[in-house]
Design a binder for this molecule. Sequence first.
Ligand SMILES: [Zn+2]
Length: 299
Amino acid sequence: MKNTFRFYLLILFVLFLSFSLSSAAQQTKAQQSRPQPPPLKAHQVKGNIYEVKGGSGANTGFIITEKEVLVIDAKMSEESAKQMIAEIKKLTSNPMKYVIITHSDGDHINGLVGFPPDVTVVSHHQTRKDMDEAFKEPKQRLYLPILTFSKKLKLYSGNKTIKLFYFGPAHTSGDIVVYIPDEKVAFLGDLLFLGRDPLVHKHKNGNSFGLVKTLKNILKLDADTFVHGHGDIASKSDIEGVIKSLEDKQLKIKTLIKEGKSLDEIKKAFNVEDRPPLPGRQRRIGLVEAIYLEITEKK
Ligand SMILES: [Zn+2]
């Protein structure tokens, strides 16, 4: 009797062991299959201007001046924002005073909660409006921009001047350019994408013709180094290339509309198909459709 009992206990133990081993294996598998963001690291752009790549969310940047640090965009999570702050602290003990937000997309703003609560958040007024709608949590609302502007704003920090420009609706309706004239560097947020179609957020009143206008204004700046949200540092000729391909696309769509082609026919001509909608999310309008709507709505 005693032996049978021991035997059952042994079987139970073996079953338990194999169950916990297999669930542990499943857990490691799940951890492995979940894409980990690349490690976050600060790279010097020029002088005391840095770009931060890796972590979750878009590339960000920061400028170290004699007195303080000005940050450009906030990453997508509290954790990545804190990693970014740790990178900054490796280079300077100056306090972080400003976070300049290029536009309201989550991959640029959701990390704000990881910053010290006394930072001054700066943005275009339209971006603040978008953030006011998006930031529902009381903790997030502490980071709504304090300082907003419409066309341009100059910030002075030590002997450094930082110019912020708004050239009209483009990727969203509140994208700004952060220009540091001394080093001829400009941060463009998502006004520039290389190697893929520009992104025009119709749901945030972005506009492809506005994007062309904005990019042309950026070319007028005395700058040679352009940092942007999702790629490597760009030059003026990269921007010229984007303008050219966008204008070609707009012209072709205009011509097809004049020829009486429907939106579906035009999409086919560009070989674009709508991506299946994500559950619970508004359908995102692609570039060809956005241009089509801009042209036909103008009439
Ligand atoms: Zn964006």
